[in-house]
Design a protein around this ligand. Structure first.
Ligand code: COA
Length: 329
């Protein structure tokens, strides 16, 4: 799917993020599995990640992120009429985490549902919320992206354990004076889905009970996919919207791995200083990755009114998705 926004004056008016307190460093990881800080830094650029406490579930991370986004937007939860929560680690399959969040926040009039699109979830949810608002179905949306991937990792598998962390982010979408969203490109390739999967997590019976319920990943294949789609999707949305890559002020790729991100920025011709990088501190937080990076950029003063922002996510599905917007906050 590719589309240029019609120019409806809809934009992000509030942004929030939350990560658990517990920091897990590479050195600590090397006491759990056979790895080292040097290996992890060289292959991924990740120094540390946050890990949820045993009693914390997704909504415990998403709730503070959502409250921060609402506060920044000066919006009361009761006025939110759409709540989409992108995650692959909801508190439980149902009730949905979005319904639980709507209840905790106090948004009784909100349509609330969870959205599954792997690490691309936030980009899918953002595009959907924009579309619902542009169609006049919703007036004020809260889009949450977050995951507690530490719950679905095999803590004896060094090839996946080192990559991921826990965290959540949220944005409020409202009608504003100037259009923020410019366009989106979203896609999926189920044929490649097997390279990043969670066997035993749904209605498909799996014979191999061992390893069920844990993330399985073919790292090399996902690496090839990631380097390809981060570039292709960004080029597609830029081309479709008639925007030159030189105009991009802030580039926010999915925070999966510094090598993948550097490759994409290089191929696209985006100077590294325009790219937001926080994967070194948080690892890959899946659906939390892009809103967490946006929140960090805003806190560091790197996201200014009028900036052209390019975001690209990719992940399980396999899925990918880009969004182009003018920052209006
Ligand atoms: N510590 C030390 N050694 C490790 C290791 C670890 N954590 N994980 C794997 N290795 C070893 C392998 O066993 C292999 O050893 P061998 O050569 O003796 O067989 C060697 O390191 C190379 O493994 P390989 O898998 O080829 O490494 P790589 O360069 O492809 O890096 C990833 C592995 C996972 C870092 C990389 O493939 C990657 O980032 N893929 C994308 C993953 C991703 O982003 N997923 C989420 C998408 S949303």
């Amino acid at each position: 799917m590719i589309g240029k926004a019609r120019g409806d004056p809809i934009s992000i008016t509030g942004l929030g993020a939350h990560v658990p307190e517990r920091v897990l460093t590479n050195d600590e990881l090397s006491t759990i599995v056979d790895t080292s800080d040097e290996w992890i830094m060289a292959r991924t650029g990740i120094r540390e990640r946050r890990i949820a406490a045993p009693e914390q579930a997704l909504t415990d991370l998403a709730l503070p992120a959502a409250r921060a986004a609402l506060a920044q937007a000066h919006v009361e939860a009761k006025d939110v009429d759409l709540l989409v929560c992108a995650t692959v680690t909801p508190d439980m399959m149902f009730p949905t985490s979005s319904a639980l969040l709507a209840d905790e926040l106090g948004a009784p009039d909100a349509a609330a549902y969870d959205l599954l699109a792997g690490c691309t979830g936030f980009m899918y949810a953002l595009a959907q919320a924009y579309g619902m608002m542009a169609a006049g179905l919703a007036q004020r949306a809260l889009v949450v992206g977050g995951d507690v991937l530490s719950r679905i990792l095999d803590w004896t598998d060094r090839s996946t354990l080192i990559l991921f962390g826990d965290g959540a982010g949220a944005v409020v979408l409202e009608r504003v004076e100037r259009p923020g969203f410019i366009g989106f490109e979203l896609g999926a390739d189920g044929g490649g889905g097997i390279h990043l999967s969670l066997p035993g997590s749904g209605s498909r019976r799996m014979e191999d009970a061992e390893g069920n319920g844990f993330v399985h990943m073919n790292g090399r294949e996902v690496f090839k996919f990631a380097t390809r789609v981060l570039v292709a999707s960004a080029q597609a949305v830029l081309g479709h919207c008639g925007v030159s890559v030189d105009e991009v002020d802030v580039y926010v790729p999915h925070q999966a791995n510094v090598r993948i991100m550097d490759h994409a920025a290089g191929k696209l011709g985006i100077p590294r200083e325009r790219m937001i990088v926080n994967v070194d501190r948080y690892g890959n937080t899946s659906s939390g990755s892009i809103p967490l990076a946006l929140a960090d950029a805003q806190r560091e003063g790197r996201l200014k009114k009028g900036d052209l922002v390019l975001m690209t996510g990719m992940g399980a599905g396999l899925t990918w998705g880009s969004g182009l917007m003018e920052w209006t906050l």
